[in-house]
Design a protein around this ligand. Structure first.
Ligand code: PLP
Length: 382
């Protein structure tokens, strides 16, 4: 049967593919997948268990349980200077469904979507499904910092959406506040949406500024995407949310309804507990900060050069600074490293940047030390 080439061209992500190969290795250190090594908080588990036993678990209202939507709005207002009410919030099946339903709503054929690199792998396939086109903005020459000036160069009359991810996956970098302000000023009033994926906002190594701060300026143009997967180690609960103007949300809600009906009612009870009892993620951020700083320091001793993470749990590093690897493709680098040392990481090309690799720092210090030892040995053996 005929499959549209646009859909046929979508591949299972490299991250999943590499992750799935790992069962063939006995002693592998898995630094591939972006999944926290900690478990969901006890309070979340207890709330879910309690409701599973004591409440009828029925369809939730479309768009989410009102109490949860209200708590999410308050959380954003208190923590990230937002100015939102519950009708700005749509609860989704992970932030992934939030992204998907939003893109299906706002994009049309031939629209252009601008994404700076390194770029999270989940966006481009969703843009394709919406029959729109992704334009990656290569920022390597500007140390991966997006500026209003660079953005301006990529804007055409087809540009419909810009997707930004800070703290970034794969690099953990954030956008300097002065650039945020300039970008907001530049976009204000244009027929262009700004989608800010802030799934790592609660894992910040220093004060994080959300685009929510600019809601009153951007209004209908601004979409925030977030969720509980990373901040509360709730990946399997599949719970996320988007925050945007009521007008836009009333449209996205229809698409979400016909895609998923609603997010899991049980997981929403878990999310309410997460916000009631564990919205302060300072301790978790400190754990990741220590690990990430350690890893950056050790990688640089080996000759790598790293982007300096301000949040999340990744390190994005180039090996082009090590003469003998200068011309090696990142996929070849990671496959050979896996073969020789059983250290599994992700190639930069997965995120549209050649010559780099991503390490997921989702292990305790002793494992990180062992990873560095394996890398050292590998480099010396070449
Ligand atoms: N956005 C970014 C930047 C991510 O790194 C991820 C997961 O790795 C997601 C969205 C999707 O997260 P979820 O669907 O679990 O909320």
């Amino acid at each position: 049967m005929y499959i549209d080439p646009i859909i046929n061209g979508i591949e299972i992500s490299d991250i999943r593919k590499i992750h799935e190969r790992l069962s063939a290795y006995k002693n592998v250190i898995n630094m591939t997948i972006g999944e926290p090594d900690t478990d969901a908080p006890q309070e979340v588990k207890e709330a879910v268990a309690y409701h599973a036993l004591n409440s009828p678990i029925k369809y939730s209202p479309v768009g989410g349980i009102p109490k949860l939507r209200e708590k999410i709005a308050n959380f954003y207002n208190e923590k990230f200077e937002g100015n939102y009410g519950k009708d700005n919030v749509l609860v989704t099946v992970g932030s992934t469904e939030g992204l998907s339903s939003t893109l299906k709503t706002i994009l049309a054929e031939d629209d252009e979507v601008l994404i700076p690199t390194p770029a999270y792998v989940g966006y481009e396939p969703l843009v394709r499904v919406a029959r729109a086109k992704t334009i990656f903005m290569n920022l390597e020459e500007n140390n991966f910092v997006l500026t209003e000036k660079i953005l301006e160069k990529y804007i055409t009359n087809k540009t419909k959406l810009i997707i930004l991810t800070y703290p970034n996956n794969p690099s953990g970098i954030t956008l300097p506040e002065e650039e945020m302000a300039k970008i907001v000023k530049f976009l204000k009033g244009k027929e262009i949406y700004l989608l800010s994926d802030e799934i790592y906002a609660s894992i910040a190594f220093e004060k994080f500024t959300s685009f929510a701060k600019y809601y009153d300026e951007l209004k209908e143009q601004l979409i925030i995407v977030n969720g509980f997967s990373k901040s509360h180690s709730m990946t399997g609960y599949r719970l996320g949310y988007t925050i945007a103007s009521e007008n836009l949300q009333s449209q996205v809600k229809k698409i979400s309804q016909y895609t998923v009906t609603s997010a899991s009612t049980l997981s929403q009870y878990g999310a309410i507990a997460a916000l009631d009892y564990c919205s302060d993620t300072t301790e978790l951020s400190e754990i990741y900060k220590k690990r990430v700083h350690y890893f950056v320091k050790e990688l640089e001793k080996l000759g790598f050069k790293c982007l300096k993470p301000k949040g999340a749990f990744y390190v994005f590093a180039t090996y082009k600074t090590i003469e003998k690897f200068k011309n090696v493709k990142s996929f070849d680098f990671i496959l050979d490293l896996l073969e020789k040392t059983e250290l599994a990481i992700i190639p930069g090309i997965t995120f549209q940047v050649e010559g780099y690799v991503r390490f997921s720092i989702v292990h305790d210090l002793p494992v990180l030390e062992e990873a560095i030892a394996r890398l050292k040995k590998y480099i010396e053996s070449k």
